[in-house]
Design a protein around this ligand. Structure first.
Ligand code: HEM
Length: 404
């Protein structure tokens, strides 16, 4: 148990500095390399990892588990999740080895760079259509509702073979999953409903196959590689991850770029420059901002501190991505930064984001296109009045009023 326990740990971003890591994290970094924090009303005292190298050491080590169910002490959030079975469906549970590799393997081929590259023309077409639609309706819009959310939603529905007409149904449930203030009952109900929806879809694809991920998961059910329940849970996770991530990155990137207009030429200079710009935006914004959570399952030494089995660890990816020892002038958005790709916005180690090639492709296509099509793009409210998401697992923006 750590000796000193600083208070004030929060994941909220103040209105004045909404694009920077929460101040409580920055204070902890200034104080300590491995900072003990109090969470869950002071019942748990995990360590908060404040440096990039230590973050990678934790995330890359097999001494840590992500599975919250067997042991209270996992610094999971919100607090009601601590030590609880994960509701009626398993897709919220992070798996440890060997189950993790087995589950991940069922999806790996779907997100290979070659396969994602083949989707690029379709993503370009969709981007153009949505921008046409948005600009055809006048000279102002909500970027989130009219572009940032529908684009990844349409892409992920097409990839999975899920009818886009149902998008309201699963967007509402995805929202509940990331809302840290949602009651356990609401979360469990949303899990149940989404799980049942995907159970039915898997059954349908077994009878009427298509050229999509759910069909290929259904084939793996038929070959005995995974259970029907696993197939539905994996599809649910991808559906959720595909919505709440890229959409938030698009909206936050628009804000970051409009507040750093000197950076726009680098975004528009060509595909390679745009790709680097996307890496820098991922680093700078780090939307999975609440810290990924782990606990030690064996005795391990990190940064000179010996952790015992059961010790919890929080790794705020945003702090690692702003580590001045790795990224010079880390609080500056520099789209030409030479080592931007070293960021850990997609995490690190065996759990690092499986969907990253898709997220990259979407952002590389969408961000330059928005600014090419709308050179006079502006946000119509001051930064402090933008409706940033608070108390959510993934950072983002609820609505973004724009004009062009
Ligand atoms: C900018 C967009 C995205 C960001 C920043 C992001 C970030 C992350 C992070 C940080 C993790 C690891 C959490 C941990 O270490 O505990 C993760 C895992 C994962 N992400 Fe993403 N993600 C993004 C988009 C997507 C998309 C579009 C998909 C799928 C369509 C996706 C699917 C997954 C999956 C399946 C995992 C679990 C991997 C595992 O445990 O092996 N993500 N993501």
């Amino acid at each position: 148990m750590p000796k000193s326990v600083p208070a004030g740990f929060t994941i909220d971003h103040p209105a004045t500095t909404p694009l920077d890591p929460p101040p409580s994290h920055l204070q902890l970094r200034a104080a300590q390399r491995f900072a003990p924090v109090a969470i869950h009303d002071g019942r748990l005292h995990p360590y908060l990892v404040t440096r990039y190298e230590d973050a990678r050491a934790v995330l890359g080590s097999d001494a840590f588990s992500t599975d919250p169910s067997p042991r209270p002490g996992m610094p999971d959030f919100p607090s009601w999740r601590e030590g609880q079975p994960q509701g009626p469906r398993g897709f919220f549970k992070s798996y440890d080895e060997p189950v993790h590799s087995h589950m991940r393997k069922a999806l790996t081929r779907e997100f290979m760079v070659k396969r994602i590259n083949a989707m690029r023309p379709g993503i370009e077409r969709l981007t153009a259509e949505l921008l046409d639609e948005m600009t055809g309706q006048g000279t102002s819009a909500d970027l989130v509702e009219q572009f940032a959310l529908p684009l990844p939603s349409l892409v992920i529905c097409d990839l999975l073979g899920v009818p886009y007409e149902d998008h309201d149904f699963f967007q509402q449930r995805a929202k509940v999953f990331v809302d840290l203030s949602a009651s356990p009952e609401r979360v469990v109900q949303a899990q149940q409903e989404l799980g049942e929806y995907l159970d039915k879809l898997v059954a349908r694809k077994r009878a009427e196959p298509g050229d999509d991920v759910v069909t290929r998961l259904a084939e793996q059910v038929d070959s005995g590689a995974i259970s029907a329940r696993d197939a539905a849970d994996l599809a649910a996770f991808v559906l959720f991850a595909g919505h709440e991530t890229t959409a938030n990155m698009i909206a936050l990137s628009a804000v970051a770029l409009l507040h750093n207009p000197d950076q726009l030429p680098a975004l528009l200079a060509g595909p390679q420059e745009a790709a680097n710009a996307v890496e820098e935006l991922l680093r700078y914004l780090t939307i999975v901002h609440g810290g990924v959570r782990r606990y030690a399952v064996k005795k391990v030494e990190i940064a000179g501190i010996t952790l015992q089995p059961g010790d919890g660890v929080i790794v705020p990816l945003g702090l690692a991505n702003r580590d001045p020892g790795v990224f010079g002038d880390p609080d500056r958005l520099d789209l030409a930064r030479s080592n931007a790709r070293r960021h850990v916005a997609f995490s690190y180690g065996i759990h690092q984001c499986l969907g990253q090639p898709l997220a990259r492709a979407e952002l590389q296509i969408v961000l330059p296109e928005i600014f090419r099509r709308l050179p006079k793009l502006r946000i119509t409210v001051p930064l402090e009045e933008i409706d940033f998401k608070q108390n959510t697992f993934v950072y983002g923006i609820n609505t973004l009023p724009i004009a062009w």
